[in-house]
Design a binder for this molecule. Structure first.
Ligand SMILES: Cc1ncc(COP(=O)(O)O)c(C=O)c1O
Length: 396
């Protein structure tokens, strides 16, 4: 009864795990969640007020499928102000979360059999999204020793006559890596030379540390801009995951195709949330900066603490709110009848023994790592990491 398309799809691993943890919590078991993929902050009050205002203003009807003109205008202004990039509202489409923007982009450009290069470790949904669009994911493993930076020479080797696109994500979920400008520039030049589209997922652009700056891929050169679909949204920067607003900017022909596709599937994104997103994008930098500084404290604490643990190595993350310790040295060890042979076993062991939730690296094509999120209070981070260390010491 179920289509082959869906039968071939792996359900979102992070969603499945969240459901399992909610179940344990319901049984009264207290779990510290290092599996969290969203800021542990509330949406700033100025944005909430605009959301309320929208209802009272009667902004409760459809908008154009591509989104409110005022929001698209605000997005254009942001790109001009922050990256000196000029877009017109016709080159912007607003969707129900960046997840939908990514899906729209792939549906707009991929024909059956087209190859899409995805550097790994990568966010859980990319591979499945490409398959759902009848494309062929081509995975390129990035080097952990190089801090999971982009490796253009490896990408070059993966390019074939069928390469239609590539998906990049910097700052990166799950590694926390921020790709170097040098590698990104070379990648852009490769995309121009070999004529493929780069979908640049810049969801975590505001969460960058150690004095680094987000590199907006499309801003690298006018030729690279012509090859780029930038995907972004309000979920992570403004603690608005539940509002479901994402957007994409790119060449007008592609944006029109994405908007037409959206017009026949979901139509416009939630209208009051679009209105509130204007406030987020135009007027909320102080809240973002306060959140970033707090994340930075937690990041430094967690990074130092993990690297003190016997058997753990972890490359230094400079973006987002994740890190990816390597747990391979524990494979083959056991405690109390529980044997750890891979990263899923490790995630399960840590839930059982330390009552902390982490995500298996297998979900991100990183079989020797686990993903830990520091989107949690400092108290919980301290307590959770103590418990983790104790549990790891028991493995013999
Ligand atoms: C790299 C990346 N891209 C896109 C998304 C989706 O964002 P949204 O909530 O806007 O759909 C996420 C959310 O976890 C993400 O981590």
């Amino acid at each position: 009864m179920i289509s082959k398309r869906i039968q071939n799809m792996t359900p979102s691993a992070t969603m499945v795990q969240s459901a399992k943890i909610a179940e344990l919590k319901q049984q009264g078991i207290e779990i510290i969640g290092f599996n969290v993929g969203e800021p542990d902050y509330n949406t700033p009050m100025n944005i909430i007020k605009k959301g309320e205002e929208a209802y009272h203003l009667g902004l409760t009807r459809y908008t154009p499928s591509a989104g409110m003109i005022e929001l698209r205008q605000a997005i254009c202004e942001k790109f001009e102000k922050e990256y000196q990039l000029k877009y017109s509202p016709k080159e912007v489409v607003v969707s129900s979360g960046a997840k939908q923007s990514l899906t729209n982009a792939l549906m707009a450009i991929i024909d059956p059999g087209d190859e899409v290069i995805i550097p790994t470790p990568c966010w859980v949904s990319y591979v499945e999204m490409v398959k759902l669009a009848d494309g062929v994911p081509v995975l390129v493993a990035l080097d952990e020793e190089a801090g999971f930076d982009m490796d253009v020479e490896k990408v070059r080797e993966a390019v074939t006559s069928k390469t239609k696109a590539m998906i990049i994500n910097s700052p990166n979920n799950p590694t926390g890596a921020v790709y170097s400008e040098e590698q990104l520039r070379k990648l852009g030049e490769l995309a121009v030379e070999k004529d493929f589209i780069v979908i640049s997922d810049e969801m975590y652009e505001k969460l960058v540390y150690d004095g680094k700056k987000n590199v907006c891929f499309a801003a690298l050169s006018p030729e690279i801009k012509e090859k780029t679909i930038t995907v972004n949204g309000v979920s992570k920067a403004y603690a608005m995951t539940g509002w479901r607003i994402g957007y994409a900017l790119g060449p007008i022909e592609i944006i029109k195709a994405m908007s037409d596709y959206q017009g026949n599937t979901t139509s416009n994104a939630n209208t009051p949330a679009q209105y509130a997103s204007i406030e987020a994008i135009s007027n909320s930098e102080d809240s973002v900066e306060a959140m970033r500084l707090e994340f930075d404290k937690r990041r430094q604490f967690m990074f130092d603490r993990l690297n003190q643990m016997e058997g753990i190595t972890c490359s230094r993350p400079t973006g987002a709110f994740y890190m990816m310790p390597n747990v391979k040295s524990f494979y083959g060890k056991s405690y109390n009848g529980f044997q750890v042979n891979n990263s899923l076993d490790m995630a399960n062991y840590l839930v059982e023994e330390a009552k902390i939730a982490v995500v298996t690296g297998a979900a991100f094509e990183a079989p020797d790592n686990i993903r830990i999120s520091y989107s949690n209070s400092m108290e919980n981070i301290q307590e959770g990491l103590n418990r983790m260390e104790e549990a790891l010491k028991k493995l013999q």
